[in-house]
Design a protein around this ligand. Structure first.
Ligand code: PMT
Length: 223
């Protein structure tokens, strides 16, 4: 779309899971494939955006015509996002970032022995929350991956993270959330509007979301 208000805008998108190291053999991760974030990357690029994709480990091909920063841990992702934040126009946080990581990272393989192994976890930094605190003119979009009470948690995230938009998906629903080629999302806007979208391919969901973001920037410009 040639007249998109995203043309030439710097759009930072995070995608995929993070990996939190336990020892040289093992790590904690999650079910994110990166598909949703990569679909958004392509849609934002096609709308004329100048896109930087910050990606956790995925098996997806690098999209053409965008800058890609590859990261592993939540801490890496935090540093990469922060480095791109100050001159960003839009930030979309699709990545499934670990909330916890092992308190101790073992330099050598932990050998098995009799009995249980208890691994203590500590909190990682909340990237979206930090961005919400630092935000100036950036349009901030968060995701919410929930398994129950989607609306309550999405509204809570909208406020607590100072986001402009939260895209919520119920990951227990058939055809939605992690790994599938489709998704069903509901969009919650800062101004209070709620927009449910039907089940569609992730490419179609991405296209609709990018159109909504473009409209919001357009409105912001008029006001
Ligand atoms: O990758 P796919 O297989 O295609 O799956 C898509 C998806 C299910 C991963 C995607 O649609 C999705 O819901 N992404 C958000 C996953 C998530 O971590 O949600 P959350 O509710 O735990 O986190 C809320 C928001 O805070 C997210 O924008 C997340 O990026 C951000 N976050 C979370 C933890 C953290 N330490 N820092 C963050 O910034």
């Amino acid at each position: 779309p040639p007249s998109s208000s995203l043309a030439g805008k710097k759009i930072v998108i995070t995608a995929g899971p993070t990996q939190e190291t336990i020892d040289p053999i093992r790590f904690f991760t999650n079910r994110s494939s990166g598909k949703m974030g990569y679909a958004l990357t392509k849609a934002a690029r096609d709308f004329g955006g100048n896109v930087t994709l910050i990606s956790g480990p995925t098996s997806l091909e690098k999209p053409d015509g965008v800058s890609v920063v590859n990261v592993k841990s939540a801490q890496d992702m935090y540093e990469a996002v922060l480095a791109e934040f100050s001159d960003a126009d839009v930030v979309i946080k699709t990545a499934a970032v670990a909330d916890y990581r092992p308190r101790v990272v073992h330099e050598q393989k932990v050998k098995k022995k009799d009995g249980d192994w208890v691994i203590e976890l500590e909190r990682t930094v909340d990237i979206l929350k930090t961005l919400g605190e630092k935000k100036e003119s950036q349009f901030l979009v968060g995701f919410a991956a929930e398994s129950q009470e989607v609306e309550t948690y999405a509204q809570k995230k909208l406020k607590e993270k100072n986001a402009d938009m939260i895209v919520a998906n119920n990951v227990t629903e058939e055809g939605a959330g992690f790994q599938t080629d489709t998704n069903r999302v509901t969009v919650y806007f800062k101004q209070g509007d709620v927009k449910p979208l039907p089940l569609m391919t992730k490419d179609e969901v991405a296209h609709r979301l990018i159109m909504m973001i473009s409209e919001q920037l357009e409105k912001g410009r008029e006001n």
